[in-house]
Design a protein around this ligand. Structure first.
Ligand SMILES: N[C@@H](Cc1c[nH]cn1)C(=O)NCC(=O)O
Length: 417
């Protein structure tokens, strides 16, 4: 069950990232400017973040199997539309469908993990899910670049879309919501029930802690990987395109290395989940400060450390979902995960837009040849998000610890007195 869900999530990450290497071809095909190109990424993030809570509610109501199948269908339709679109507005509509399908995937897989694995394995399997799923971005980078240049736009994207048909059929035949039932159905979704369920999830400080953990940890990596990393390394730090590509790969390597380690750590020391997040965000802030204060271009080893430490933020964000799991009953798990999953994507959306605005503001003459000083200003916008995120993690960590029993969390069984 897990492998089927994981395969669909892997393909969702592949679809999500498949535009990153097609930017120049897309600009030619649709005859669009750089900001119109960036609109694709913003729209996708907006749809993804906006759908998290509704998707969580749908999963709690209709089960992961039904929602995952719907998501796979939407992504496949979207990617097929993108392959065939010849105008910018049609391509935007197709990207909205890809974003909607993508938004339906991860929460379903988290729910499958909690239904099919013993409790003590869940933190580790959740991390491995994120780690393997994120490798879909690697598939989007290398084979997709080859396919676009050798097979052309339409064939490359149609082949990508066909993965959804194969996985959709597999999921239809194989997937079960839980060992006890092929399809689980929760209570019906009246407006009052939805409000009560969301309010109950949000009222638990553990859900809020999870949201702010997700918010603080992943935006730096997401923003670099999806849009601004390449221009920052090339224009802001004077590196060659090949070195910029290498630095973006270091982010993915960091995700692969840190995911299983954090999964083990969270399973073994659940009481210290927020300490791990505070330490990782502090490390990210420190290395960014070194790079931004470096006189002139930072040396390559420092940029490698930056890419690696920022990459660790991706798996660190998964710790937020573990807070959601231990703070909510099973029937509210998916909606709590939806609330938490909004954090990092909202922060990334804010940052993607703010960096664009600051670059335009600090670049003379409306040109897109952004100078290194403009990148320093733009990347410094992250301090506002870190300040908000770290303050909230600190506040809600204290509140969560006040209502959660450490012994229960750590599974300590005390002998009767
Ligand atoms: N933080 C990511 C997943 C991740 C895991 N390792 C690195 N990144 C996340 O929130 N994922 C949701 C999704 O849909 O990808």
């Amino acid at each position: 069950m897990w492998l089927v869900g994981l395969a669909i999530y892997f393909v969702a990450v592949f679809h999500r990232s498949s535009l990153a290497v097609a930017g120049l071809t897309a600009a030619d095909r649709f005859d669009i400017s750089a900001s119109q190109l960036a609109t694709f990424t913003m729209l996708q993030l907006l749809v993804y973040a906006g759908m998290q809570v509704p998707v969580g509610l749908l999963v709690d109501r209709f089960g992961s199997r039904s929602v995952l199948l719907t998501g796979t269908l939407l992504m496949t339709l979207g990617q097929t539309g993108f392959a065939l679109a010849e105008s910018y507005p049609l391509a935007l509509v197709a990207r909205v469908f890809v974003g909607m399908g993508d938004a339906m995937t991860f929460i379903c897989v988290l729910r499958l993990v909690s239904s099919w694995f013993p409790t003590r394995r869940i933190p580790f399997v959740t991390q491995v899910t994120g780690t393997i799923g994120q490798a879909g971005a690697l598939l989007a980078a290398i084979p997709m670049t080859w396919a676009l240049s050798h097979l052309g736009w339409t064939t490359a994207y149609l082949i990508a879309a066909s993965a959804g048909i194969v996985l959709g059929v597999l999921a239809l035949l194989v997937l079960r919501d839980s060992p006890a039932a092929r399809t689980l159905r929760g209570p019906s979704l009246s407006f009052a029930a939805v409000r009560t369920s969301l309010a109950a999830s949000w009222a638990h400080p553990g859900t809020r802690l999870g949201f702010w953990m997700h918010f603080s940890t992943q935006f730096s990596a997401t923003t670099l990987a999806l849009l601004w990393g390449y221009p920052f390394f090339v224009r802001g730090e004077g590196r060659s395109p090949a070195t910029a590509g290498f630095l973006l790969t270091v982010i993915v390597v960091a995700i692969m290395c840190a995911g299983p380690v954090l999964g083990w750590l969270v399973g073994a020391h659940p009481w210290h989940r927020s300490t791990a997040v505070l330490a990782i965000v502090s490390a990210i802030v420190t290395i960014w400060t070194v790079v931004l204060l470096w006189p002139g271009n930072a040396p390559l080893p420092v940029l490698v450390v930056l890419a690696f430490v920022v990459g660790i933020g991706g798996p660190a964000s998964m710790i937020g979902f573990d807070l959601g799991r231990t703070s909510n009953p099973a029937e509210r798990l998916a909606s709590a995960s939806g609330i938490i999953n909004q954090g990092g994507f909202l922060a990334s959306l804010l940052l993607v837009v703010t960096i664009g605005l600051i670059l335009d503001w600090r670049t003379p003459g409306g040109s897109t040849t952004y100078p290194p000083s403009a990148f320093r200003w733009a990347m410094s916008a992250q301090y506002v998000l870190w300040a908000v995120g770290l303050t909230q993690v600190w506040r809600y960590r204290r509140r969560t610890r006040a209502v959660v029993s450490r012994d229960e969390l750590e599974g300590v069984v005390r002998a009767p007195a």
